[in-house]
Each structure stands twice: as structure tokens, then as C-alpha cells.
Design a binder for this molecule. Structure first.
Ligand SMILES: NC(=O)C1=CN([C@@H]2O[C@H](COP(=O)(O)OP(=O)(O)OC[C@H]3O[C@@H](n4cnc5c(N)ncnc54)[C@H](O)[C@@H]3O)[C@@H](O)[C@H]2O)C=CC1
Ligand SMILES: O=C([O-])CC(=O)C(=O)O
Length: 329
């Protein structure tokens, strides 16, 4: 200390995830306890006052690592010099809205933000898209940023990964810290596939420990894949603190590396691995080191897994076709 502050841009800063996320970032949990951060908050004009209120509360926490807060409704300002960009703000689906309408509305958000990242972000920018449909929003932003290396655009499936860890720990009477090598494949949607076949619990193969394919197919997978809807049903609002927590986990792991012998799940541009068409932003098992990630190679995919990965990837391909038809990529 003092190191140069890292610029972290958060969009949708006045929303419910923003409220759960900003304090975690400012306290040092995103990048580590030796890294000062400067927050850049992007909101739509009517929500600027709410963002100002959150900034006042951030001030009131007197976080030693918080080097400053800028608030703006202009993406070109928000992404200026951004080292980390957390794209949280998105247009939620409202009654009567078709998927195509949602993609089009989000195109209006993620295309200009991608262009602003292209034109103004720091050379080392890392982008995490949280706003739904996260994978395809990431694709839209990436397409608008041809000068930024494509692999810097990622989407969040870490919440799904964490949900799967908890469900598996409960079922097997183990602790989440004993579970390694779990994978979420595909889209952050109800078609996602949480895969335990390569996972280990205290060093033993997780599928063997569970030894119940019916539980996997009929309970585990649907519980994880539909958890977002279950939270909305129970809470009357979508996951916020757990989503913010997963965003912190995603970036922290990307920057600081995965543990030896473990991996995590991130939606990243496919290089064609595991038959996922190149360019789709799909969730894979990844390891991270030195601020970069690599898709884990060489895993054997059984029939049970293959069908489920293919179904989720098909949905991603259809979303890509839809945004292509709308001229968004
Ligand atoms: N990938 C994942 O695992 C998860 C994704 N989500 C998604 O995250 C998104 C945000 O969720 P919440 O914070 O609960 O929503 P929210 O509605 O509480 O907040 C969204 C905020 O984004 C702002 N916003 C809208 N357009 C904007 C723009 N063009 N630029 C900047 N800000 C803009 C809104 O004014 C609002 O303050 C939603 O799309 C939600 O579906 C939520 C949970 C998990
Ligand atoms: O389901 C939603 O609308 C929010 C979300 O993405 C999740 O909780 O996984």
C-alpha cells in the first residue's frame, strides 16, 4: 500500500444486486485486501439519485480500500479506464414479453456498453455479465468490442455452481469445502447442466458417493436449474445477495486463481471444446492462474451428460441466431 487503485465499473448500481455487491467490493473482497478500488457506478438517469444514496452509505463505511466513487449515466464515462466491468443492470422480463423482445431490449443496453468498453476501458479489462440473459448479453457486448480480446467477456454461472455445491453437500452430509471439480455446463437458464460425474467429495467420486441417478435427474438438476425461480416465488424478488456473492467469487477466482486440483464454472467464449460451437459464451469447467482462465480439457462425457450439455448448448445457439437476426451481433 498504497497501490494504484483498480477501477471497477458496476452497471445497475442502484438495483438490488448492486446494493449487495458494492459494499463487498469496497471492503476488498473482490480483489483482495491489498488492492484499493475506485468504483464507477453506471445507472439510468432516473436511478442516479438512488445510486447517490448508496454512495453516501459507502462513504459512511469508511472503507480503507475505497479510493473514490464516480456516478454517471454515461457509459463512456463509466467504463473509462475500467479494469473490471460488472454488467449487472439489464431489462427484466415483464408480463407478456417474449424472449425476442427481451433480447432486443437488452441489445439496447449491452451493445452501447460493449462499444464504450471497446473505446474507453483499460487494456487489461475483465468483463463479467450478470444481467439476464447473461450468456447472450455477454455475446452482444463482446460483438460491439472488436478491439478487446474476445476471451475477456464472460458471463456468470458461479451462482449455479454455488447452488450445486450446497445441494450436493446437503445430500451427502458433507461440507462444501470437501467438494471439488463440480461443473455447470451451458446456459445460465433452466437448461443448464450441473455435472457431478467428475466431482469429488473428500477425494471420492461424487456420483459414486451419491449412487442415485434418479436423484440426480429428478431432484438435483431441476433444483439447481430452477433455483432462481424458487427464490422469486419465496422471496417475491430475485436472488440478490447470493448473486452478488457469486459475482465476487467469479472475479476473485479469475484474478487470484483456482486451488491446485480444483476448478470452477464460468461462462466463457467456446473454443470448440466438448463440441460447443466456437464463439458461444457457454459455461465450462475452467482453471484460472495469473489472471487468465483455461477450459479444462480431456474430460470424458458420458451419455447422461452429453444429452444435457447438448440441450443447453442448443438453446444458446438459438439465442445467438435470434440476436443475429436482430442485427445485434
Ligand atoms: N447470472 C446470474 O446468476 C443472475 C443474474 N441476475 C440478473 O441480474 C440483473 C440485475 O438484477 P437486480 O439487481 O435484481 O435487478 P434490479 O431491477 O433490482 O436492478 C437493475 C438495475 O439496473 C439498472 N439499469 C437498467 N438499465 C440500465 C442501463 N442501461 N445502464 C445501467 N443501469 C441500468 C436499473 O435502473 C436498476 O437499478 C437481472 O437481469 C437479473 O435477472 C440475477 C440473479 C442471478
Ligand atoms: O432467475 C432469475 O430471474 C434470476 C437468476 O438469474 C437466478 O437467480 O439465477
Amino acid at each position: 500500500m498504497p497501490r494504484t487503485p483498480v477501477n471497477v465499473t458496476v452497471t445497475g448500481a442502484a438495483g438490488q444486486i448492486g446494493y449487495a455487491l458494492l459494499f463487498r467490493i469496497a471492503s476488498g473482497q473482490l480483489l483482495g485486501q491489498d488492492t484499493p478500488v475506485r468504483l464507477r457506478l453506471l445507472e439510468i438517469t432516473p436511478a442516479l439519485s438512488a445510486a447517490e444514496g448508496t454512495a453516501m452509505e459507502l462513504d459512511d463505511c469508511a472503507f480503507p480500500l475505497l479510493a473514490g466513487i464516480d456516478i454517471t449515466d454515461d457509459p463512456n464515462v463509466a467504463f473509462d479506464g475500467a479494469n473490471v466491468a460488472l454488467l449487472v443492470g439489464a431489462r427484466p422480463r415483464t408480463k407478456g414479453m417474449e424472449r425476442g423482445d427481451l433480447l432486443e431490449a437488452n441489445g439496447g443496453i449491452f451493445k452501447p456498453q460493449g462499444k464504450a468498453i471497446n473505446d474507453h476501458a483499460a487494456d487489461d479489462v475483465k468483463v463479467l455479465v450478470v444481467g439476464n440473459p447473461a450468456n447472450t448479453n455477454a455475446l452482444i457486448a463482446q460483438a460491439a468490442a472488436p478491439d478487446v480480446p474476445a476471451e475477456r467477456f464472460t458471463a456468470m454461472t458461479r451462482l449455479d455452481h454455488n447452488r450445486a455445491l450446497s445441494q450436493l453437500a446437503k445430500k451427502t452430509g458433507s461440507s462444501v469445502s470437501e467438494i471439488r471439480r463440480l461443473t455447470i455446463w451451458g446456459n445460465h437458464s433452466a437448461t443448464q447442466y450441473p455435472d457431478v460425474f467428475h466431482a469429488e467429495i473428500a477425494g471420492r467420486n461424487a456420483a459414486e458417493v451419491v449412487d442415485d441417478e434418479k436423484w440426480l435427474a429428478d431432484e438435483f438438476i431441476p433444483t439447481v436449474a430452477k433455483r432462481g425461480a424458487a427464490i422469486i416465488e419465496a422471496r417475491g424478488a430475485s436472488s440478490a445477495a447470493s448473486a452478488a456473492n457469486a459475482a465476487v467469487d467469479h472475479v476473485f477466482t479469475w484474478v487470484n486463481g483456482t486451488a491446485e486440483g480444483d476448478w470452477t464454472s464460468m461462462a466463457v467464449p467456446s473454443d470448440g471444446s466438448y463440441g460447443v460451437p466456437e464463439g458461444l459464451i457457454s459455461s465450462f469447467p475452467v482453471t484460472t492462474a495469473d489472471g487468465s482462465y483455461s477450459i479444462v480439457q480431456g474430460l470424458e462425457i458420458n451419455e447422461f451428460s452429453r444429452a444435457r450439455i447438448d440441450a443447453s448448448v442448443k438453446e444458446l445457439s438459438e439465442e445467438r441466431e435470434a440476436v443475429r437476426a436482430l442485427g445485434l451481433i
